[in-house]
Design a protein around this ligand. Structure first.
Ligand code: PLP
Length: 422
């Protein structure tokens, strides 16, 4: 059969089986061309929050497409972007007052980095260092790769990546080392911002740390006049148990990045929110102080309308009850693995559940990943372990029965793996 010309992301085409064609999406399912219903237990790379094709979001998309396609976003604005910005300011941690649109998680973070450096540059007190946390992931553009963990994913591009200061991940019982390392970086006076995934480091292996650490990092940043950029691209929209994970630490970041669940996952859109102080540092009759960033599809009106519908869902539907119930269901189901020697590090943050399969060689390139993936695929489950890290992050509409199927499959996979048959 002739090979498709499509080059898929994070895919080794020489090793992957033929791509399954998805014909339809519905609630917590992907439906393939044979009509099989596959449980989307990772919300299609963490974007789908309420479920695929939520009727109100689809209706908003249909409605907006009657009136709009793309509209240039310099010199002109439009109602969906204005309404969304107002809604975001209302719902985000209070103190964030401006909204800059882009179209993916990576661009939301690129924008944040540029805002941070622009803020200091325009204040004529330039700072050029970015601090990040070990095992972080912020996207796949050059800037966000620079800030992310270095490894096999970006080895080839290393000549293009800029240096950042890395804080050790706050291991349980050794949190002070992270705080001390940040304090030491800040003392130099060069740190423009700490860029961090609040509470859960997603692609780095669903690594979780307590809210108290985040609160303390914010205090240190404030003491040294450095900014805190919260990359809520994955943790936002209820994933970590609250609308934004920062809420659990009781902090207001200086800059907050959101994407993925912003439209309920239906269309690509991102927003970078910032304080008045950062916006005002760019507000000047001197044109050189302009925030020099744009992309063609900034604030696509149809995507903005989808996001406005998402905000309405958060206001009118019991989404918090749903995420609370899903968190509780994970808690009950994870309990059976807590003392299971086949697993390590059984953990949860709100609607995200994760556990590490105890294998001799862990890490992303561990064989365990693709073998487990194939095992789950055969059982009509979309679960993509990060190496030996198995996690579930389903849409909030997932049924108890489907969640049970996912947990039973994890249990079975561990047994088959232990028996050397996987
Ligand atoms: N930041 C975080 C925390 C993410 O998890 C991701 C993607 O998974 C990104 C940024 C990049 O988002 P995108 O893939 O939409 O560019």
């Amino acid at each position: 059969m002739k090979r498709s010309p499509v080059w898929h992301p994070f895919t080794q085409h020489a090793l992957e089986p033929a791509m399954k064609r998805i014909a339809k999406t519905d609630g917590a399912y992907l439906i393939d061309e044979d009509g099989s219903r596959i449980i989307d237990a990772i919300s299609s790379w963490w974007v789908i929050t309420h479920g695929h094709r939520h009727p109100a979001i689809m209706e908003a998309i249909r409605g907006a497409s009657e009136t709009y396609d793309q509209v240039i976003f310099a010199e002109y604005t439009h109602e969906p972007a204005e309404e969304l910005a107002k809604g975001l300011i209302e719902i985000a941690p209070s103190g964030l007052e401006h909204v800059f649109y882009s179209d993916s998680g990576s661009t939301a973070v690129e924008v944040a980095l540029k805002m941070a450096l622009g803020y200091f540059h325009n204040a004529a007190a330039p700072r050029g260092r970015i601090c990040v946390m070990e095992h972080g992931y912020h996207g796949d553009t050059i800037g966000t790769m620079s800030a992310g963990e270095r490894g096999v994913f970006n080895a080839a591009y290393r000549p293009l990546l800029f240096a950042v200061d890395r804080l050790p991940f706050p291991q349980a019982g050794r949190e002070q080392e992270t705080l001390d390392a940040f304090e030491a970086c800040c003392v130099s006076g060069h740190v423009a911002a700490l860029l961090i995934e609040p509470l859960v480091l997603g692609a780095g292996g669903m690594k979780m740390y307590p809210a108290g650490v985040l609160a303390e990092l914010k205090r240190i940043a404030e003491r040294h006049g450095s900014l805190l950029i919260a990359d809520e691209v994955m943790t936002g929209w209820g994933r970590a148990g609250t609308l934004f994970a920062c809420e659990q630490a009781g902090i207001v970041p200086d800059i907050l990045c959101t994407s993925k669940g912003l439209t309920g996952g239906a269309l690509p859109l991102a927003a970078t929110l910032c304080t008045a102080e950062i916006f005002n540092a760019h507000l000047s009759t001197d044109r050189r102080k302009t925030f020099f960033h744009s992309s063609s599809y900034t604030a696509n009106p149809i995507a903005c309308a989808a996001a406005v519908a998402n905000l309405a869902i958060w206001k009118t539907e019991p989404v918090r009850e749903r995420t609370g119930a899903l968190s509780e269901k994970h808690r009950q189901r994870l309990a059976r693995f807590a003392a299971d020697p086949r697993f390590r590090n059984v953990r949860q943050a709100g609607t995200i559940a994760a556990l590490d399969l105890d294998v001799p060689a862990g890490g992303y390139l561990s064989d365990a990943g693709p073998r487990l993936r194939a095992f789950f695929r055969e059982r009509k489950l979309l679960i993509r372990p990060l190496g030996n890290v198995i996690y579930l992050m389903p849409p909030y509409c997932v049924t108890d029965g489907d969640l049970d199927r996912a947990y039973d499959a994890i249990d079975e996979a561990a047994s088959v793996f232990a028996a050397g048959k996987l």
